[in-house]
Design a protein around this ligand. Structure first.
Ligand SMILES: Cc1cc2nc3c(=O)[nH]c(=O)nc-3n(C[C@H](O)[C@H](O)[C@H](O)COP(=O)(O)OP(=O)(O)OC[C@H]3O[C@@H](n4cnc5c(N)ncnc54)[C@H](O)[C@@H]3O)c2cc1C
Ligand SMILES: Cc1cc2nc3c(=O)[nH]c(=O)nc-3n(C[C@H](O)[C@H](O)[C@H](O)COP(=O)(O)O)c2cc1C
Length: 852
């Protein structure tokens, strides 16, 4: 049977980009097919404004159907810059590669292609019910958009999840032609407002205004002025108000509505994308927040993949399974990036205290897809500028010189140092870099005595170059051990053993050494953790104490609810262990107030059901934490830092909220913690953790911006690129890298070598100096001959969109009369030049000259 021959009659619901592109490609691959598309709107009903693509999508379109690509290319506005307009300044980052066009032109080109290929598109014709289509056609493609009626009709099969987000946005155009992708973030008395704008034709730009629900309400947008707009009408009073609020950016130009009103973005996910002979495509199957500009791209790629799968698989079921199998991971990856991006914008107010350069870097790396390294490859000058300002501030703070009030003064001597190798002051300590080896238990102790392996691990990590190294969890009492292979610090012998471990490590380097103290609470008396990292309670362990008598999992032994005397005993044990830790020679004290251990069990509403003064409202649940911290603070020298680890989320319904996490951290900072180590989870067994690269970083970001004390981000930050991104964006002050340091104890030094960094932030052990350069790989001695007569011209970092009829169009940016890249319509506010000059918006002082 020829490929795809089982599917001869296809019904497509919806003539959006997804439905039309699929129909065209499916018909092109098998012209004998009968393909009918139903579209409820008229052929030329005006729809939205522009649509923007990245270079990557264009490659796919170019290859799949050259005529469509050629038609689209003729219309594209192309540019490579992103302008971030914030706090009266503009920061420009180049090298990105965008192409945009009018959505109506996109649709017209796809309509034309469908007509050429013989697809039957029926406009102004709502599709028949899906049951009827499914009975009459071999395949029904539901490309009916975000509010898909097909999906709703088969909800039991597709199991959709619709997540309506917290911001309000209004989708508009303007006749101001922006020269680049432009993010505007403005702070008003009602809160922050952001604009996502980009040019899409010689006369128009898309202009989406967005703000968090609370700011939107405070701004009074909730109250419709006059009558409610009817269906298809725009909320004109809001449009005029936005025009007024953003006048400085619009420069006398208008905002142009088209059925524009405040709405909320809905992220659509479906457990399944196909059911019998009905398949979801595009927004009907999934959405991705517009801030990563991918919805149309995903719909087009879906269309391409479905047409290809039908061609490659003889049977429908196999084709649909292949389509979903291929597309789901791509879409989920885009949705993860979109989720991070939309959450960033939902909480943009957290970052509006940052300097303009750092803010721009933070915005550009918000989705975690774009990193420090990516941006450096795209526009090294931009990253250098942000780096220099960050480094200058870091060096000054570490030396105890006055902290700068913003990032406007770059430190000329500080160039070329990756953010992870900048120093940080922690109490009296000066950490030589921003990398921490977090507590990593070895589970090798006997009778609470640290083992030879504990000694070896601390020594290895000291040799490895991190700025601060912790021991694994160390119990303050025999009862408080998580496992019987955990070390402790409640006897003189244990203290002496730790002193010897510290002494051995000191012979190898002067890296500050931390010890993490804990009472494991209901996590005590567990087995050594298995591959999932979770230790399960021993059936025959010792009696344990906790906030409430809740076993870790059904059938496990239950801890006893600690009484007041037992709690006082635990507090005293922490203080005594802190005294011993000081005498043993540690520099930093870590307190384990997370991961469901005793104190964590009191903090979380899921594990603290008490009705006494230690339970109930958060201020009561905080009591034990504050008592322990106060006792430890009194026992531990005032000039030695205390780092407190918390679980900022429980990943289970009813657990610690973000607001509570902030309140807990503020209380801990106020009670003498010098830094917060922000982890999550391990509080309840039924947690559902969205593991992924840097998945806990947003919590560090939350805490850092709320408390202002140094914050450690931890969790799946294994690459130096991610570490640099987190630090430079200001999401954390320190980055803890755990398992990667077990894989490679020299992780930090190797990161230095890989980045070509040699300096005080990465000190190789003297005897190992000869190995401090990355060894040459195979083939390193092969020298390539010259293969080109003339060198290939490098693509310019900065390309801005100027309509072809603009007087400066086609001239390199530097040749323009004012040397600035942007001299758009008359009266345009100056944009950021790419060559080192930083213009200011009216009424603001100029900023550092570098980061463009
Ligand atoms: C504010 C905003 C900005 C965006 N910006 C971008 C961007 O810059 N880049 C980008 O790639 N994406 C962007 N998107 C996303 C993009 O608009 C969508 O992802 C894309 O249009 C999805 O295409 P689709 O074909 O799946 O659905 P749609 O474009 O929604 O098309 C569905 C079609 O089905 C029709 N229909 C629905 N029900 C029926 C029925 N019962 N019978 C007949 N016809 C029916 C509708 O009339 C519609 O024409 C943005 C989205 C928003 C909200
Ligand atoms: C073997 C191992 C032991 C650990 N021991 C501890 C510990 O004693 N105390 C603690 O707070 N976290 C402990 N953790 C968690 C780590 O400190 C860190 O938070 C976690 O591994 C996530 O970081 P990573 O993704 O960089 O590994 C341990 C993790 C591992 C893998």
């Amino acid at each position: 049977m020829p490929a795809g021959s089982a599917v001869r009659r296809i019904a497509v619901v919806g003539a959006g980009p997804g439905g039309l592109y699929f129909a065209a490609l499916a018909k092109k691959l098998a012209p004998h097919r009968e393909i009918t598309v139903w579209e409820r709107d008229a052929r030329d009903d005006a729809q939205g404004f522009g649509v923007v693509f990245s270079d990557e999508t264009l490659d796919g379109i170019a290859q799949a159907d050259p005529p469509v690509f050629a038609a689209l290319s003729a219309e594209f506005a192309r540019w490579s810059d992103i302008d971030v307009r914030y706090a009266g300044q503009v920061r420009t980052c180049g090298g990105h590669g965008f192409a945009a066009l009018d959505r109506n032109r996109l649709r017209a080109i796809l309509q034309q292609r469908c007509a050429e290929l013989g697809v039957d598109v029926r406009y102004r014709t709502p599709a028949p019910p899906v049951a009827r289509l499914a009975a009459g056609y071999d395949l029904v493609v539901a490309a009916d958009g975000v509010r898909s009626a097909t999906r709703a009709a088969l909800a039991e099969a597709f199991r959709p999840e619709l997540d309506e987000r917290h911001c309000r946005y209004i989708w508009l155009a303007t006749d101001k032609v922006f020269e680049a992708f432009t993010f505007i973030v403005e702070q008003y008395d009602f809160g922050a407002l952001q604009v996502h704008a980009y040019p899409y034709s010689r006369r128009r730009s898309t202009f989406i205004v967005e703000m968090a629900e609370e700011a939107w309400r405070k701004a009074g947008f909730e109250e419709p002025a006059g009558r409610e707009p009817g269906r298809g009408e725009s909320d004109l009073p809001s449009v005029r108000r936005c025009e007024h609020l953003l006048a400085a950016h619009l420069d006398g130009h208008r905002l142009i509505p088209n059925a524009s009103r405040w709405i909320r973005f809905t992220t659509v996910r479906n457990a399944s994308w196909h059911h019998r002979n009905v398949v979801l495509l595009g927004d009907a199957a999934h959405t991705a927040h517009f801030s990563i500009g991918s919805g149309t791209k995903l719909a087009l790629e879906d269309g391409l993949a479905l047409a290809a799968a039908l061609h490659e698989h003889p049977l429908l079921e196999g084709a649909l399974a292949a389509y979903e199998g291929e597309r789901r991971p791509v879409v989920e990856s885009a949705q993860r990036a979109a989720q991070a991006s939309l959450e960033w914008f939902e909480t943009v107010g957290r970052h509006t205290g940052q300097g303009a350069g750092q803010f721009a870097f933070n915005l550009l790396t918000r989705s975690r897809r774009v990193t420090y390294g990516n941006l450096r490859a795209r526009d090294a000058a931009f990253v250098d500028g942000v780096d220099a300002a960050f480094g200058g501030a870091a060096e000054r703070e570490a030396e105890g010189r006055d902290a700068p009030s913003d990032d406007t003064v770059p430190d000329a001597g500080a160039a070329g140092v990756p953010p992870m190798f900048r120093p940080l002051r922690l109490g009296r300590l000066r950490l030589r870099n921003r990398i921490v080896v977090p507590p990593l238990a070895t589970f090798t102790a006997v009778d609470g005595m640290p083992s030879g392996f504990d000694r070896a691990q601390l020594a290895a990590q000291v040799l490895g170059g991190a700025g601060l190294v912790f021991t694994g969890m160390t119990a303050v009492s025999a009862q408080g051990r998580a496992t019987e292979r955990c070390p402790g610090l409640w006897t003189d012998a244990q203290e002496a053993a730790w002193r010897s471990v510290v002494h051995a490590a000191r012979q190898l380097g002067d890296t500050p050494l931390g010890i993490q103290l804990t009472h494991a609470g209901r996590r005590a008396a567990s087995a050594v953790p298995g591959p999932d990292g979770i230790g399960r309670p021993l059936a025959d362990g010792w009696p344990t104490l906790a906030a409430s008598p809740l076993p870790w999992e059904p059938g496990a032994p239950s801890p006893r609810a600690a009484d007041a005397a037992e709690l006082a005993g635990a507090v005293a044990d922490f203080a005594a262990a802190a005294t011993r830790a000081d005498r043993a020679g540690f520099d930093v004290l870590g307190l384990q107030f997370g991961h469901g251990h005793l104190v964590s069990g009191f903090l979380s509403p899921l594990t603290n059901l008490r009705t006494d003064r230690y339970g109930g409202p958060l201020e009561h649940r905080l009591r034990l934490a504050l008592e322990v911290l106060a006792a430890v603070r009194a026992a531990w020298p005032a000039d030695k830092p205390i780092v407190v680890r918390i679980s900022a989320a429980d990943w289970a319904p009813g657990g610690t909220t973000e607001a509570e996490a902030v309140a807990i951290c503020r209380a801990l900072a106020g009670a003498g913690a010098d830094a917060l180590d922000v982890s999550t989870g391990e509080v309840v067994a039924h947690q559902k953790v969205p593991y992924g690269r840097g998945y806990q970083v947003p919590f560090a970001d939350l805490v850092r911006n709320a408390t202002g004390i140094p914050t450690i981000a931890v969790g799946a930050i294994s690459g130096h690129d991610d570490a640099n991104s987190v630090l430079l964006a200001g999401r954390a002050d320190l980055v803890a890298v755990g398992r990667a340091h077990l894989y490679d104890p020299l992780w930090t030094l190797h990161a230095a070598a890989e980045q070509g960094y040699a300096g005080p932030g990465a000190r190789w052990p003297q005897p190992w100096q000869p190995g401090s350069r990355r060894p040459p790989g195979p083939g390193a001695d092969r020298v390539a001959p010259r293969l080109r007569l003339l060198p290939e011209a490098a693509a310019p970092v900065h390309r801005r969109w100027l309509p072809p009829d603009h007087p400066a169009a086609g001239r390199p940016v530097a040749d323009r009369p004012d040397g600035a890249p942007g001299d758009g319509p008359p009266g345009d506010l100056p944009s950021a030049p790419p060559t080192g000059r930083q213009d200011e918006l009216p009424g603001r002082k100029p900023t550092e000259p570098v980061p463009n």
